[in-house]
Write a protein that binds this ligand. Structure first.
Ligand code: LAC
Ligand code: ZN
Length: 363
């Protein structure tokens, strides 16, 4: 139940290899056709199954890495248990190429699900979405694999990029996508979920749910979700934020975050969507009108810092799943305790004393 692949293989091909053996590499990214395994590990990619399976590092068992001094570390072990010293693979996961060059990775797989239930529903706002999520998950924590939120504005940019009739079916509401999967073939899997949905409906937190009847309908639901990113590109300049807060603070994040940003950037149009179950939302902004493009670009840095202040006040992270790169280096230095930065610098100096690996990134 493990898979070892070279770093240049795309996530999609790796997942196809697993599926051919009746297994799943449960890392779900909209960009799987282009995302390569080396990058998936080096960025500790998140995506839409984190709720159930964790980020890329949770699936990681071993790595092969070329070190800064030219030596090759052959740590491609496929062991579920390996406490022989420090967890070196984990240090490279999320290191963004600054500690070594990943050339191969071994992952823990899961059995391929036998049944999947995918639901798209309208919802009043993030608060109602969260109430529905909590209620549904309380009875199905082992099988709920995704819980995604899409504001109405996010649904609109998605469907104008690639027309999707599901956008109209949500009739001017925000949307939520829930997915459950099980390796069991029990006959009551779907009926039990549908019963729970009816309760959420009765309580007014979900509106007009659509349950995928086949794989094509399931893919259409996911396409609406995964086209938000590309769709935002059509709406002019994009200010992107990838933030997380404790799930209990999500409503505050959206309300306070939008208010604080619109005070300093009234020409910004919020495009909010993301991973409800992980407390990770993409609180993005597009220009309200085409003429505002340049002005939005000019206040980008202020928007990012303003939102990060709100996130910090709520005990969150200014970078939930997209990492640091070069654009958020100063934020890492300013917003994390000195002791944390010190430990990172020591690790960097130990593995790359001359600073030749991906210079200018992260630290
Ligand atoms: C997503 C990427 C932007 O969730 O993280 O679509
Ligand atoms: Zn995301």
């Amino acid at each position: 139940m493990t898979l070892a692949v070279e770093a240049g293989m795309t996530l999609q091909v790796a997942r196809q290899h697993a599926a051919a053996a009746g297994l799943s590499l449960p890392i779900l990214l909209g960009s799987e056709a282009s995302a390569q395994i080396g990058g998936v590990v080096a960025t500790n990619a998140g995506g839409s199954n984190v709720l159930r399976f964790g980020m890329a590092r949770s699936r990681l068992l071993g790595l092969e890495v070329v070190l800064a001094d030219g030596r090759i570390w052959k740590g491609l072990r496929s062991l579920a248990k390996d406490n022989a010293g420090y967890s070196l693979s984990q240090i490279f996961a999320g290191s963004e190429g600054t500690l070594g060059v990943i050339t191969a990775a071994a992952f823990q797989l899961t059995p391929l699900p036998r049944q999947t239930v995918t639901v798209l529903a309208g919802t009043q706002d993030i608060g109602a979405a969260l109430r529905a999520f909590r209620r549904l998950r309380s009875g199905s924590a082992e099988t709920m694999v995704a819980a995604e939120y899409m504001s109405r504005a996010a649904i609109k940019v998605s469907s104008s990029h690639r027309f999707n009739p599901l956008a109209a079916a949500l009739s001017e509401q925000d949307g939520v996508l829930f997915e459950w999967a099980t390796t069991s073939d029990t006959a009551d899997f779907e009926p039990v979920i549908l019963e729970a949905l009816v309760v959420a409906l009765d309580q007014g937190d979900l509106i007009d749910p659509i349950v995928a009847k086949n794989e094509a309908e399931r893919l259409a639901i996911w396409s609406l979700r995964d086209t938000i990113g590309p769709g935002q590109g059509d709406a002019g300049y994009s200010v992107k934020n990838d933030v997380s807060v404790p799930v209990s603070q999500l409503v505050e994040l959206v309300e306070r975050g939008k208010k604080a940003v619109l005070e300093i950037a009234p020409m910004a149009r919020p495009i909010v969507y993301g991973h409800l179950g992980d407390g990770n939302l993409h609180v993005n902004f597009s220009p309200a009108a085409k003429a505002d493009n340049l002005r939005l670009q000019e206040v980008e840095a202020d928007i990012v810092e303003t939102l990060a202040d709100v996130v910090d006040a709520l005990g969150g992270s200014f970078s939930a799943e997209h990492g640091i790169g070069q654009s958020k280096r100063h934020m890492l230095a300013q917003r994390r305790p000195g002791v944390e930065i010190d430990m990172m610098r020591h690790i960097k100096a130990a593995l790359d004393p001359a600073g030749i690996l991906n210079p200018g990134k992260v630290l």
